[in-house]
Ligand binder design. Structure first.
Ligand SMILES: [Zn+2]
Length: 140
């Protein structure tokens, strides 16, 4: 318990990275996870992240759906529960999409302009579908 986790993956440019991505994956972790990795490819690290996130959201969604069918929504108020379900559903969909793109070999490129999405962005947002400029155009 309480073991600090470190993942240092050799960066092509010599800089260690990966820690940020892992923190992204376990933002609500109650204890720090001991993660040691000999994985060389950052994409493998991101895949692990996405698979973990997908699994967690799927479980969460199943549980929330169950509660939504219970009398009194299992202690939640209706709006909160609806928001949680929507959020979990979105995460499931986003991570599934990213994993599908990994399987297809198109992961890490912008879906709009096909530019390579910087790794720093993927570490923060492993399911990112667009590069930053395209994302801005998309949402704003
Ligand atoms: Zn783009």
């Amino acid at each position: 318990m309480g073991i600090a986790h470190t993942i240092v993956v050799p960066h092509p440019g010599g800089l260690p990275y990966g820690v940020v991505g892992i923190r992204t994956c376990f933002p609500n972790a109650e204890r720090t996870l001991e993660v040691t990795s000999t994985v060389q490819e950052p994409i493998e690290l991101l895949r692990n992240c996405l698979e973990e996130q997908f699994q967690r959201s799927t479980d969460q969604l199943a549980e929330l759906t169950l509660r939504s069918r219970q009398r009194g929504f299992g202690g939640y108020d209706h709006d909160t529960l609806a928001a949680l379900i929507a959020s979990a559903r979105q995460t499931v969909s986003e991570t599934a999409h990213a994993l599908k793109r990994m399987a297809e070999g198109s992961y890490g490129t912008c879906e709009r302009c096909a530019v390579d999405i910087p790794l720093q962005r993927l570490e923060i947002l492993p399911h990112a579908r667009f590069c930053v400029p395209c994302q801005c155009r998309q949402t704003g």
